[in-house]
Design a protein around this ligand. Structure first.
Ligand SMILES: *[C@@H]1O[C@H](CO)[C@@H](O)[C@H](O)[C@H]1NC(C)=O
Ligand SMILES: *[C@@H]1O[C@H](CO)[C@@H](O)[C@H](O)[C@H]1NC(C)=O
Ligand SMILES: *[C@@H]1O[C@H](CO)[C@@H](O)[C@H](O)[C@H]1NC(C)=O
Ligand SMILES: *[C@@H]1O[C@H](CO)[C@@H](O)[C@H](O)[C@H]1NC(C)=O
Ligand SMILES: *[C@@H]1O[C@H](CO)[C@@H](O)[C@H](O)[C@H]1NC(C)=O
Ligand SMILES: *[C@@H]1O[C@H](CO)[C@@H](O)[C@H](O)[C@H]1NC(C)=O
Ligand SMILES: *[C@@H]1O[C@H](CO)[C@@H](O)[C@H](O)[C@H]1NC(C)=O
Ligand SMILES: *[C@@H]1O[C@H](CO)[C@@H](O)[C@H](O)[C@H]1NC(C)=O
Length: 818
């Protein structure tokens, strides 16, 4: 009864007081002063007067109502703080929001040009603070809205871009510091001088370019994609250019922010005390920094040096980051041509010319006819190449991307165009010749094979198994057109290439069979993986899986050249790596010196990228299950390439992250949950990666690690030293002279985060990459999964593992001469 009358009292006072019930609206009769808040109807956001951090100044702002950290998303009087707590926010009769201090002088006001009969100010569920006419409060007709004047944050549903008609620029600018919301030195906005592009600046200097929109992705951010909770779209037309995102799941909150240290962060909070976690963070690597390599060069953190001139260009000076110039200068008559480049972040579009409706052919002609036009590209590739974008100055700020749908055509002297085209066609001819050889080989042996297949089938028929071999007949006679997507090598080609699988040619024996070195007739070296024959998989299934593996292409994965399925044999043909595998180097005192620290750090990053691709970027979410030093091969330039990926999923069955009765993998790299419960997930790969990082840094094998003072394994040893602040003791003696201290410490730290016992505590690979390349303070790692070396569990599934175990058991810590 008492409660009821209290409620009645509340309702009667509702219009007059600021207390009692949370409200989302103020009328001209009401005001907000220190201590009062407006709360949006769904209680997500709150508006009120606050003081940031240790500051004594007061500001009117909007924050997440239930967030313990009170993350501020908008500030009204950023530049003009209240110096005491007696400020008052009102909406006056003309519909203008005014903030007055104790002397009644104006601190801040909103911009409204129209007036309303009965203006009210309301905090919407989206976090938008709006002034509208109370009589038509259901419409989206706002006299004024805070979403038009972003601070350092863009919320879901808020437009980030420009209104070209009204000239409104929805940009975000960083705070000066966490205590001072006034405008700092970093800004993030759409530049519209030329084709619109998203640029992060420090003062007036470009720092990072997220780039232009091509209908599918941003040229500098192909990683930004719709996912299970996050959706975005980009609107670009004559009236408006803006980016907007929204969340599918109401319980997750995300915000995009430019921070006072000059990064663009997307952070996520899923309610409660969980705090905000970073989803993405830009710039990510060195190549993201604007113009890192100068003109006509492409930047690639995986290559050494990072900067490489495009085909047809040569370095301007000996400094590789000074940019490049044409090998042959343009003659400026119609003898020039264009060379197509793929897999590049499109260069800076400042000063470009564009037309949205032109066809690409006309675009080419337009560029060709204007001597100062240096390159052209399509504007929109979502429905095939469309539109026209022309560059007139030097092409700056390009980066090598593994996933890019955009091509750019660069003007070059006729002579260079020919040379480059010859070079390129020579490469593809080589590939074609290979197919022709294989096919003719198949034809000449066709009859023999058919006979063999027939006999084989007949034999199987007696055993009552027919189905699989009917398929094999179809494969061998090459009727299936889409087979040709992946070259099928003929048995005879492989047999002669590997000198009839001579044991001299064996490169190694892994979990799934032996690997042979081979040389094709045209001199190309290959590695042939001859799969052990105990697979129960059907042929069609096998073919499909091989197709999947072949589609996994990344510079940090070993490339599959083709396969061979004949006479009951299943073989995979890979590119050959001259520099063997990582274990050949890092666990050897002398050879270890060949890989200095900068090289090792590149290798760590390369492995991380390859793994990230498998886990996330490729179309098939792939868990490697057997990542180890022996499965990381090194190419001619010592770039790491992961091998044996995709095999586990395909050859052990499709349990996909589920429980399995076989343990695949190698002791020492296997996470606790794999060994104990047989559960594999991307997080078990992260564990193996962590072990690998610590091995690369220390030059010691995790398995077989022995220390005179204790019986901890390498992980335990590293963790103990880490907690004692003596990390450097673990560093390999052969790289002591070349280390970069922060990089080494960060690598060890990240390694330890990866090997934490609980899979949920381990970071994802995208997070690992960010942590490796940034100066964030990293979380404290918990105790690693396996701390003390246990006795070998003798029930390893594959014989090769046992072999490896025994080899490793013999490995004693080597004492490297200093
Ligand atoms: C509302 O405030 C603005 C800015 O201070 C002022 O120009 C305008 O006259 C005020 N309107 C009324 C009705 O007080
Ligand atoms: C109000 O005015 C008085 C006298 O001009 C001044 O001393 C005081 O600092 C002012 N207060 C604020 C909050 O501006
Ligand atoms: C208000 O509008 C004027 C003129 O349109 C503009 O110069 C000023 O910057 C605006 N103020 C704010 C806070 O947007
Ligand atoms: C993301 O999904 C939405 C629909 O949910 C769609 O409208 C939008 O175009 C998608 N964005 C991209 C970049 O594919
Ligand atoms: C274009 O100029 C180059 C040298 O400037 C000359 O060799 C070539 O013949 C010219 N081609 C045409 C078609 O005029
Ligand atoms: C763009 O191209 C179309 C088709 O070629 C043409 O009709 C239109 O006038 C062009 N627009 C501009 C601004 O050049
Ligand atoms: C070439 O393009 C530039 C930039 O758009 C323009 O200023 C110039 O007039 C054009 N030249 C010719 C010959 O069309
Ligand atoms: C063609 O390829 C060779 C070797 O791969 C290289 O040395 C040469 O510079 C290339 N020529 C051009 C024009 O790119």
């Amino acid at each position: 009864m008492e409660a009821f009358s209290f409620l009645l009292l509340c309702f009667s006072l509702l219009d007059l007081t600021a207390f009692c019930v949370a409200r989302d609206t103020i009328t001209t009769l009401q005001s907000i002063s220190d201590g009062d808040t407006l709360v949006s109807a769904d209680e997500t956001f709150a508006l009120g007067i606050f003081s940031p951090g240790t500051s004594k100044n007061h500001y009117v702002g909007i924050w997440y109502n239930k967030d313990p950290t009170k993350a501020i998303v908008w500030v009204a009087n950023r530049e003009n703080p209240l110096t005491d707590s007696s400020g008052v926010l009102k909406v006056n009769n003309t519909g203008i929001l005014v903030l007055l201090d104790s002397n009644n002088s104006l601190i801040w006001s909103s911009n409204t040009t129209r007036s309303a009969q009965n203006p009210v100010a309301k905090l919407l569920n989206s976090g938008n603070f709006v002034v509208q006419d109370d009589t038509n409060s259901d419409t989206e007709d706002f006299l004024w809205q805070s979403f038009d004047y972003p601070g350092d944050t863009i919320l879901p549903g808020q437009k980030f871009g420009r209104n070209l008609a009204t000239g409104l620029n929805w940009l975000i600018t960083s705070w000066k510091s966490s205590d001072d919301p006034s405008q700092g030195s970093f800004s993030y906005q759409f530049d519209i001088d030329g084709y619109p592009q998203l640029v992060l600046r420090e003062g007036t200097t470009k720092r990072f370019r997220f780039g232009s929109w091509n209908g599918i992705q941003f040229s500098g951010g192909p990683q930004l994609k719709n996912d299970s909770v996050f959706r975005f779209s980009m609107i670009s037309n004559e009236q408006e250019v803006y980016y907007v995102y929204w969340l599918v799941d109401n319980s997750v909150h995300q915000r995009l922010q430019v921070t006072s240290d000059g990064f663009s962060h997307r952070t996520s909070w899923s309610g409660g005390n969980t705090g905000w976690t970073t989803v993405s963070h830009l710039p990510v690597d060195d190549c993201d920094y604007y113009g890192k390599c100068g003109a006509y060069a492409s930047c690639d953190t995986n290559s050494f040096p990072m900067c490489n001139c495009l085909d047809g260009f040569v370095q301007k000076t000996t400094d590789s980051s000074s940019g490049c110039v044409r090998r042959t200068s343009l003659s400026c008559n119609h003898s020039d041509g264009f060379v197509k480049f793929s897999g590049l972040k499109l260069p800076d579009t400042e000063g470009t010319w564009f037309n949205r409706s032109m066809r690409l052919e006309d675009c080419r002609i337009l560029c060709w006819n204007n001597c100062s036009c240096m390159a052209y590209a399509a504007l929109d590739v979502s429905k095939g190449p469309n539109g026209c974008l022309l560059w007139f100055g030097n092409l700056i700020d390009m980066k090598a991307l593994s996933a890019s749908d955009e091509d750019i055509y660069i003007r070059m002297a006729g002579k260079d165009v020919e040379a480059i085209e010859q070079n390129r066609s020579r490469k593809s001819k080589k590939r074609k010749r290979k197919i022709i050889i294989a096919v003719s080989c198949v034809l000449s042996f066709g009859i023999l094979i058919l006979c063999l297949a027939f006999i084989y089938r007949w034999k199987k028929h007696l055993k009552g198994k027919i189905k699989e071999e009917t398929e094999s007949g179809a494969i061998n006679s090459h009727h299936d057109e889409d087979d040709l997507e992946l070259p099928l090598f003929d048995m005879c080609t492989i047999t002669s290439a590997t000198s009839n699988f001579s044991s001299d040619n064996i490169l190694g024996t892994g979990g799934f069979g032996s690997v042979y070195k081979g040389i094709l007739e045209d001199g190309q070296e290959i590695a042939v993986k001859r799969l052990s024959q105990n697979s129960s998989q059907g042929l069609q299934e096998f073919k499909n899986e091989v197709m999947h593996i072949a589609k996994l292409q990344h510079r940090n994965l070993v490339k599959l050249l083709g396969c061979c399925i004949q006479a009951g044999e299943r073989m995979l043909i890979y590119e050959f790596m001259h520099n063997k595998s990582l274990d050949f180097f890092i666990f050897d005192c002398e050879r270890g010196k060949l890989l200095d620290w900068p090289r090792r750090f590149l290798i760590i990053n390369g492995i991380a990228r390859g793994l990230l691709y498998l886990h996330q970027d490729s179309r098939y979410r792939i868990v490697h299950r057997d990542l180890k030093a022996g499965n990381v091969l090194l190419d001619d330039e010592l770039n790491p390439k992961i091998s044996d990926f995709g095999l586990a999923r395909n050859f052990i069955g499709n349990e996909n992250q589920a429980k399995t009765s076989h343990i695949v993998g190698t002791y020492g790299y296997l996470s606790p949950e794999c060994i104990v419960d047989g559960i594999y997930s991307t997080k078990s790969d992260v564990y193996s990666f962590g072990v690998l990082v610590l091995e690369i840094v220390s030059g010691k094998r995790n398995r077989g690690f022995i220390h005179i003072d204790h019986n901890l394994n390498l992980l335990g040893h590293a963790w103990t030293l880490f907690t004692e602040g003596k990390c450097l003791e673990i560093v390999d003696a052969s790289i002591k002279d070349s280390i970069d201290l922060p990089e080494v410490l960060r690598s060890i730290h990240v390694g330890l985060l990866c090997v934490q016992r609980n899979p949920e505590d381990r970071p994802s690979m995208s997070y690992v990459l960010m942590m490796l390349s940034s100066e964030w303070t990293l979380p404290q790692p918990k105790k690693p999964g396996f701390f003390i070396e246990r006795d070998a569990v003798g029930d390893s599934s594959s014989s090769s593992n046992n072999k490896l175990l025994s080899v490793n058991n013999l490995t004693v810590t080597q004492v490297c001469p200093r």
